[in-house]
Design a protein around this ligand. Structure first.
Ligand SMILES: [Zn+2]
Ligand SMILES: [Zn+2]
Length: 251
């Protein structure tokens, strides 16, 4: 896991601001639309954000150097590592004056065939309890640090949890048995969430049949209380609820 300039304990990992939630919602809307045939391209090709990163920064976020968006704003080094995790890459070499000396062919961090295999194996985000369908390929050990682009070093993570492991101090590791383990920023192990209960093919009829078997008659007014807002009669409530109160003289 990469070190971060801020202490991981300060991170409000579970309480995104309203602005962050809105940005995530917008991203999810766009991805959902793209998944329904507007653009048949591969996930890494559907939109393009160009980030120029100094090679040393990509390998170690604590080293000096810069990562900037094409039109100017600077990007945190951890963010550029996350973007490079699953992206198209063009390596350019510049001379001291910034002129391009050499530009390599565009390659994908995760080739299409491997991405299909990853999607098939993981199906959705692997963060405990998430399972969101649209994922990004995450290199458990980043390729810039020598991590191989192989199924065993990849895991599907949704946009939110991909950020959690790159920028918010969460850590993940694949165990020798192939299972993934996740740790909170404070080092505590995140427990595995149990698999969701199986939903019967016809859930409404299955539920009705179960109620009928238990003799329950549920209708639109079942959950409506008979109480109209009167004050609580404590003496009466005790008489009803407490066995020792029965037969006691009333106060
Ligand atoms: Zn990643
Ligand atoms: Zn997720």
């Amino acid at each position: 896991m990469m070190g971060s300039a801020e202490t991981p304990g300060d991170v409000s990992g579970e309480t995104p601001t309203m602005a962050q939630q809105q940005a995530d919602a917008l991203g999810l809307l766009a991805e959902t639309a793209l998944h329904h045939g507007i653009d048949p391209g591969a996930p890494g090709e559907r939109y393009q954000v160009v980030v120029h990163v100094d090679a040393p920064v990509l390998a170690d976020p604590d080293l000096p150097g810069q990562s900037v968006l094409e039109d100017g704003p600077h990007v945190p080094a951890e963010t550029s590592r996350r973007l490079a995790c699953d992206a198209s890459l063009v390596v350019m070499r510049h001379d001291a004056d910034g002129r391009v000396m050499e530009a390599g062919a565009r390659t994908r961090a995760i080739p299409p065939a491997l991405r299909r295999a990853l999607q098939y194996r993981d199906r959705g985000c692997r963060f405990p309890g998430c399972g969101r369908q649209f994922g990004q390929g995450h290199h458990i050990r980043h390729w810039v640090n020598g991590g191989p682009t192989t199924l065993s070093n990849l895991a599907l993570l949704c946009r939110w949890h991909h950020r959690a492991v790159h920028e918010d101090g969460y850590q993940m590791e694949r165990q020798p048995d192939g299972e993934l383990r996740f740790w909170r920023p404070d080092g505590r192990l995140l427990p595995d969430s149990p698999p969701p209960a199986a939903v019967p093919a016809d859930p409404v009829h299955a539920l009705r049949a179960r109620h009928d078997a238990q003799g329950l008659r549920l209708h639109a007014r079942t959950a409506m209380p008979g109480w109209l807002g009167e004050r609580l009669d404590v003496g009466w409530a005790l008489d009803v609820l407490h066995p020792l109160a029965a037969g006691r003289p009333q106060a």
